[in-house]
Design a protein around this ligand. Structure first.
Ligand SMILES: *Cc1c(COP(=O)(O)O)cnc(C)c1O
Length: 376
């Protein structure tokens, strides 16, 4: 059996090596390393794939969030509501811009931000909501948009884990994750569902003026060469990464299917065990399984983690500490116990290997090893 990894970028690369290598060499031969034709080609292809008017490539997903918030004109003191159960980047940029992160609890089934909790957190200073489509499944965007419309708030979708997922509206209409709010953000970090071979990110929007602001801010606030109308940042997707992404975008839907197939085989193996709760499906979203995350019940989660680890199966905890209990984010507004669902989930979740190259032998070994512990 091949070694089991959390992600298998080498196995995936082997299958598309000749295409990738020739795309990289094309950039090397052209020496157009920054803003070359590959970047423009990728931008257009991704706009087409997502059905969105504007894609603004940038250096990483964290920058995508920061640039979006700058382009929306958020100012120090403005409150931005987000989930306490996410990767730190979401709250980090809010804090760095001097905005006030307002954290709220999650839905216990989907792990995504709870719209009722958003509503309760609104004050006269609220300016924006950042739903995170955690683990590859969309948050309840229709409910969130309704609140945003009622209170005049902006919606910034953190789609870093959900590129390719569809949001399914109540009327049956579908749109891609990240293209529904005022602005959407994604990451091309290598282990993300559409991963580059280095850092990368992008911003999505259907708003022409906002797209223009984002482009200017991502390029030093420059409106004409050496004329800087805004304070900006330096955040670019380099041409080699864009060339790689041009190849990989063609396979994104097949990659999502492969992830779903692995998830189904986990679901099938665990469905009859009350101590293992398989990932809940939100009926208004497809799932692209950035992570396959179980909720353990009445068993020792850390013991299970150790057991899997000892058999060569990586099984990390995403995420062990909620944002409001992170050292750097300690705040007199928040205490332990404030977000009971998030806190309980942090103590009970476990993620299993999830990538595009898992074979039946590996899946069988992972599920039987896990059940060994559960049946003990
Ligand atoms: C990965 C990730 C980010 C940050 O993306 P980078 O490209 O690593 O900067 C932000 N939010 C979420 C939810 C992520 O998973």
């Amino acid at each position: 059996m091949n070694k089991i990894n959390m992600v298998d970028l080498q196995g995936q690369y082997k299958k598309i090596k000749s295409e990738i290598d020739s795309a990289i060499h094309k950039v090397l031969d052209s020496a157009a390393f920054i803003n070359g034709p590959a970047v423009k080609e990728f931008q257009a292809k991704l706009e087409n794939y997502l059905g969105v008017k504007h894609v603004i490539p940038c250096a990483n997903g964290t920058d995508a969030l920061q640039i979006s918030m700058m382009a929306l004109g958020l100012k120090p003191g403005d409150e931005v509501i987000t989930t306490s159960f996410t990767f730190i980047a979401t709250a980090e940029v809010i804090a760095l811009l001097g905005l006030t992160p307002v954290l709220v609890d999650i839905d216990p089934n989907t792990f995504n931000i709870d719209p009722d909790a958003i509503r309760k957190a609104i004050t006269s200073k609220s300016k924006a909501i950042v739903p995170v489509h955690l683990f590859g499944q969309c948050a309840d965007l229709e409910a969130i948009q309704e609140i945003a419309d009622e209170f005049g708030l902006k919606v910034i979708e953190d789609a870093c884990q959900a590129i390719g997922a569809d949001y399914i509206f109540k009327d049956g209409n579908r749109k891609k994750a990240g293209t529904i709010g005022d602005v959407g953000c994604t990451s091309f970090f290598p282990s993300k569902n559409l991963g580059a071979y280095g850092d990368g990110g992008a911003i999505f929007t259907n708003n022409d003026a906002l797209a223009n602001q984002c482009r200017i801010i991502a390029n030093h606030g420059m409106t004409a060469r050496y004329y800087h109308d805004l304070i900006g940042v330096n955040s670019r997707l380099d041409s080699i990464q864009a060339a790689i992404l041009n190849v990989k975008l063609k396979y994104l839907d097949a990659y999502s299917s492969a992830r779903n197939k692995a998830a189904e085989s986990y679901n099938e193996a665990f469905k009859d065990y009350s101590s293992i709760k398989i990932p809940a499906k939100f009926e208004q979203s497809t799932h692209v399984f950035h992570q396959y995350t179980l909720l353990t019940k009445n068993i020792d989660r850390d013991g299970l983690h150790e057991h899997l680890q000892s058999k060569g199966i990586p099984a990390p905890v995403y995420y062990p500490v909620p944002l409001h209990l992170q050292k750097a984010y300690q705040d007199s507004r928040y205490n332990e116990g404030d977000f009971p669902i998030t806190e309980k989930v942090c103590k009970s979740v476990l993620s299993l290997p999830m990538h595009t190259e898992l074979d039946e032998e590996q899946l069988g070994f992972i599920t039987s090893t896990l059940l060994e512990f559960v049946n003990k």
